[in-house]
Structure formats: structure tokens, C-alpha cells
Design a protein around this ligand. Structure first.
Ligand SMILES: [Fe+2]
Length: 59
């Protein structure tokens, strides 16, 4: 990710609990969460495009 365009943070919400990871320019645009469940909401915040949100099941 670049200084001008990067994901500031990403999180997931599982069973009402949020798990967040901060990401910095120069990092890979990815995060690993050691949780699983149903009806997971994933969000990320990009400094250019703003908030993205998705829902579903991820293993
Ligand atoms: Fe973006």
C-alpha cells in the first residue's frame, strides 16, 4: 500500500465482538483474525474511498 492510498484499519464483527487490525502504508493489504463464526461482518477503511462493509461467512 502507498502513502497516498492505503487501508487504515480492517475489522470483523463476530457474535457481537469486534476484532480490529491497524494497517500502515508499506504493509500488505491483509489481516488475519483467529476467529470464525456465522454472520460475520467485515469492514475496512481506506483513506481515499472510505468505509467498505461486507457480510457473510468466512472460514
Ligand atoms: Fe481505496
Amino acid at each position: 500500500m502507498e502513502e497516498k492510498h492505503y487501508i487504515k484499519w480492517t475489522d470483523i464483527v463476530v457474535a457481537g465482538k469486534a476484532y480490529r487490525r491497524s494497517i500502515s502504508p508499506g504493509d500488505a493489504p491483509e489481516a488475519v483474525f483467529g476467529v470464525s463464526g456465522e454472520n460475520i461482518t467485515a469492514r475496512e477503511y481506506c483513506n481515499v474511498h472510505g468505509l467498505w462493509k461486507g457480510e457473510g461467512q468466512w472460514a
